[in-house]
Ligand binder design. Structure first.
Ligand SMILES: [Zn+2]
Ligand SMILES: [Zn+2]
Length: 140
């Protein structure tokens, strides 16, 4: 049986990363940065391509479409909001909060994110980039 929520989580991880990365990247580089197996990444990329979220020609670089950038921005924002919540409300360390938030971002519903936003008195729609030290986690 295919675990669809796990696939969704991985798709969102790729989108979140590509939003951070903000430029084309080769599949091999993406693979080593996300620590995915090549076969796993390939199927995730094909699914995202099927949803018209990115363009990827074999042996060429992967690039988000405009639609993909919008989805990726939303997923990343969930990550930032969860990260801040883990740090502020649960006193998690920066590294732990970031790692957990990366994985949780795609699995939390917008309703749940809204609840966290209420608690933190922030808006779901504002981009909360500064809650995550992205330079630390995705160095050039
Ligand atoms: Zn983060
Ligand atoms: Zn949302």
């Amino acid at each position: 049986m295919i675990n669809t929520s796990l696939i969704k989580e991985k798709e969102n991880l790729v989108l979140d990363f590509l939003y951070f990365w903000n430029r084309p990247i080769r599949a091999g580089d993406l693979c080593s940065r996300l620590k995915f197996k090549h076969s796993t990444l390939n199927s995730i990329l094909k699914r995202l391509e099927g949803q018209k979220l990115l363009v990827w020609e074999k042996y060429k670089e992967i690039e988000l479409t405009e639609k993909g950038k919008e989805s990726a921005k939303h997923v990343s924002n969930h990550h930032f909001i969860i990260e801040r919540f883990l740090k502020e409300s649960l006193n998690c360390s920066d590294d732990f909060a970031h790692e957990e938030a990366l994985h949780l971002a795609g699995t939390f519903s917008c309703e749940l994110i809204e609840e966290i936003c209420k608690k933190l008195s922030i808006s779901h729609n504002d981009l909360h980039l500064h809650f995550c030290d992205k330079r630390k986690y995705f160095p050039d």
